[in-house]
Write a protein that binds this ligand. Structure first.
Ligand SMILES: [Zn+2]
Ligand SMILES: [Zn+2]
Ligand SMILES: [Zn+2]
Length: 385
């Protein structure tokens, strides 16, 4: 009986939560803490919790879902990196992605907490130079001044040399600004490729007020909001950070959605009624979250498929978490597929429990092993008829 179908995206972490409850417990506490202090709106996920079928170990708390959702959002991002957004006018630094999970966009704490949880990696994004008197204002721009009269009325000048004929002129004397369509004022030949045909042998500044020519202008930073200059050396640094999703089991899990879809198609091809991320009630009336469940359309036979990927390898606790639903639902076959290693003694354990273990380097190999298994089973069923 199918009581509930969860969003497929949640499944990868549903699986994880079964054997890593402690880890996500700490994440959930973070999200709870921050929500109450920073969010004016009531947490929308809380109300959803009423609809959840109470499951035993499979329960994913709504606050944990926030962390899960954030991770899923990060997986969609380029480089799996959350980058800061700086509002230079208001002097605000924020992370727009946080709004997607119902958090305030400047709630950096919840990102930092995911760093302590080993989910995200904090990296220096950039160093902003800010006004020493108004460090809260991020907006500063560079200004050039004449070293003699301190006028800002400074022009940048350079020489152009037409390589072909050797003619050299000041940029003011002739306009080479249209790079695609210019002619040399001396030899009158067309210049088609400015970069290649024209050299810039010298560059300097000239003050339009006092006519002074100089190589180095005085450079000042300008605090735009409070309208004053400050010395470049007196500026303060503000470090902004980006957050990169670590290459952990979570990133592996992101790929499990793909293998799940492939397995689903495979089973449907064998005339199974197959479902992803489904809640199944066992003999004990307890409900279990199953990543893949398929029932034959021709008989009472059924199959459960579990996916476990973790860097430390499949271990006994993984087997235990599978055994509970397997015994309660009692399908014809139970598969555990993984791209991770398998710890000592697990193969024996699987055999003892009647769980088929498929461990391969990559998903395509897993897929063909599952296909082999199902086609063999299917041909036996056909033989029975
Ligand atoms: Zn200032
Ligand atoms: Zn001047
Ligand atoms: Zn020329």
């Amino acid at each position: 009986m199918f009581r509930k179908k969860t969003v497929p995206d949640d499944a990868s972490l549903d699986i994880k939560s079964e054997h890593k409850l402690s880890n996500f417990g700490s994440i959930s506490s973070i999200f709870k803490g921050n929500t109450s202090s920073q969010n004016v709106e009531p947490e929308p996920a809380e109300s959803v919790s009423e609809e959840y079928v109470p499951l035993e170990a499979d329960v994913v708390k709504p606050s944990t879902n926030k962390a899960v959702k954030l991770i899923q959002e990060v997986q969609k991002l380029e480089d799996r990196t959350i980058k800061p957004f700086v509002d230079y006018n208001e002097g605000l630094l924020f992370y727009p992605i946080l709004s997607k999970i119902g958090e305030m966009q400047d709630n950096v704490t919840c990102l930092d907490d995911l760093v302590s949880d080993g989910i995200l990696e904090k990296q220096v994004y950039e160093k902003l130079i800010v006004c020493p008197a108004h460090p809260e204002t991020f907006s500063s721009s560079m200004r050039l001044y004449c070293p003699k009269c301190h006028s800002m009325n400074v022009e940048k000048l350079n020489l152009f040399e037409h390589k072909k004929c050797g003619y050299i002129t000041e940029s003011l004397n002739f306009d080479f600004s249209d790079h695609d369509n210019s002619t040399c004022p001396s030899c009158k030949k067309p210049i088609k490729n400015f970069e290649k045909e024209v050299r810039v042998p010298a560059m300097w500044y000239q003050c339009d007020d006092c006519e002074e020519k100089f190589d180095n202008a005085v450079i000042k930073l300008h605090c735009r909001k409070h309208e004053h200059d400050f010395d470049t050396n007196s500026g303060q640094f503000i470090t902004t950070f980006s957050y990169k999703l670590k290459n952990s089991e979570i990133s592996i899990n992101s790929d499990t959605n793909q293998i799940k879809d492939e397995l689903l198609k495979l089973l449907q091809g064998f005339n199974f009624n197959a479902k992803l991320n489904i809640s199944i009630k066992g003999k004990s009336e307890n409900v279990h979250e199953i990543p893949i469940y398929a029932k034959s359309k021709n008989s009472d036979e059924s199959i459960l498929i579990f996916i476990r990927n973790q860097s430390t390898g499949v271990d006994q606790s993984d087997m235990n978490s599978i055994l509970v639903p397997k015994l309660d639902i009692d399908p014809t076959h139970t598969l555990l597929v993984t791209v991770s290693g398998i710890n000592d003694g697990i193969e024996n354990l699987a055999q003892h429990y009647g769980i088929e273990l498929i461990s391969e380097q990559d998903f395509s190999q897993i897929l063909s092993r599952v296909e082999e298994f199902v086609s063999e089973w299917y041909s036996q069923k056909g033989g029975k008829k």
